[in-house]
Design a binder for this molecule. Sequence first.
Ligand SMILES: Cc1cc2nc3c(=O)[nH]c(=O)nc-3n(C[C@H](O)[C@H](O)[C@H](O)COP(=O)(O)O)c2cc1C
Length: 179
Amino acid sequence: METVKCIKERRSIRKFDSSREVSKEQIDAVLDTARFSPSWKNTQVTRYTVLTGDAKDKLAACTNIWAKNGDIMRSAPMVVALSIVDKRSGYERDGSPSTPLGNGWQMFDCGIAAQSFCLAAFDAGLSTVIMGLYDENASEVIGIPEGQILTALIAVGYADESPAAPNRKELSDLVTYKS
Ligand SMILES: Cc1cc2nc3c(=O)[nH]c(=O)nc-3n(C[C@H](O)[C@H](O)[C@H](O)COP(=O)(O)O)c2cc1C
């Protein structure tokens, strides 16, 4: 798919066709593209945990903060949890932050990886939604290893809805030119 079309036409999907599975080969192909994302000094701190079946349904219960995300996860055949290896991106070898943004860069890196993941999935005919609303115990329920931080959940599957594109701000609201 053409890159600009992929960026503009990807939509967050919140209702999936639960009768259609996503195979290991399919998700591996998407992850294989996401791993080419840029990162701070090529530290590549983003990690991916692929959840299906019981593991996914246990995670879907960790949504008291916003129950709708639980419904999304139950309808999706797969949820991918993104985590980051803490305090490597944006840090010097001696452990001191390289810039005043401190650990802001690790979220920056993970955000890029999340977008690469969603675009690669869309290019492969799959739909996604990034979810930032989940309960505090989600990390433990998934089994995120010590030293990593759970940063986002992405539901993956075949769309069972086709929502209109939400409004975007005009370029003039976003851009400042200076010379
Ligand atoms: C960091 C982040 C967190 C998000 N969290 C949620 C969420 O918890 N639940 C949800 O349904 N959508 C969530 N979204 C999806 C946004 O609502 C969606 O991207 C936005 O409304 C624009 O729609 P679009 O993705 O179709 O262009 C999240 C998106 C991002 C980038």
